[in-house]
Design a protein. Sequence first.
Length: 387
Amino acid sequence: MELPRSPGAASAPLWTIAEEDELPESAALVKDRLVYGSAGSDLLEAVLDDRRQGDRAEKSGISAPDRWSPGRRLKKSRTAPAMTSDYSKRCGDDDKPRLESAARIARQAAVGFCIYIAIGVLIYVWRRDEFSGTRTHTLVDALYFSIVTMCTIGYGDIAPVSSTTKLYCCVFVVIGMGFIDVLLSGMVAYILERQEELLMGAVEGGRHQTARCVLVNTRGRMRKRMKVVLALAVVIGCVTLGTLAVHKLEKLSWMDSFYLSCISVTTVGYGDHAFESLAGRLFASMWLLISSLAVARAFLFLAEARIARRNRLIAKWVLTREMTVGDLVAADIDNNGFVSKSEFVVYKLKELGKISQDDIMEVCRQFNIMDRDNSGRITLSCLSDAV
């Protein structure tokens, strides 16, 4: 209402004082006035209008419209803190270590494998008189010897006899077991991951719920059991293919063919049986390379499945056991007599082996660096000072 004026006063109108202004309809609107300031702000008016519409819609039982629809454009309040346009950019992003992708590792593995085999073939061709064993074709024998050496099978059908070739074989085996095997394992892992992605994509895109339940777990990854089944299928497939090929190409009995396949894919290689024909050595050059690595990866899947099952049992026991007084004292990080949710989470993660005390201390040290005003909180002003 207007205040009474004296007859001699100026004719300028007097507006209502702020204390008599109508208050907002809810506590949220009071908070908005306190945060955004006076009612003259465009942002405040838009927020208050949205609040009133939402309150009226809730009272009338009608759903409120989308408050942040693309059609509404809000101007930034002058009281809002100034932010950079790219608020997600970090100062240390340029120093972030760049990890090599699986595709790049696979390409490096292919190049390294070609160089490795080429060197082995050249040395064998150059010093072929210093190797003992059955000969078929020089290039085929050289390729076969290089693959058998790299896979560490060691049939003994081709062996060095001079000091020079023996020294070369020592270096060749060490390099093959170390550098090349690591690269080839990365390439095999990349191929298996690509196959898993294709299979998972087919399952996700399909409508068969049973296949989804069997192959996919709650995190969207292939189940460990299905990986074990695929691993066993790879082992059986490699042994079966080798048995059929050895029986046909090397003219061995079914029992000897199966025996040679098993000792080959497991890289045992006793030496009592080996590939001696030209066609057999050509087949062995490709089959031994693929099967030995695939079978090794399959046994790794089996080991991972056993470890995963053990970890699940431990995690279930840790998460379901009751908390004792000793646990409360150990979990009370700030020694205030009670355990908060964050302290409980940290304590359980330590019990599960997900994090260590050194990890926690390092995170706390980083927090103290960012907490420049020693308030126990990281605020916008701390980030602004850091920039």
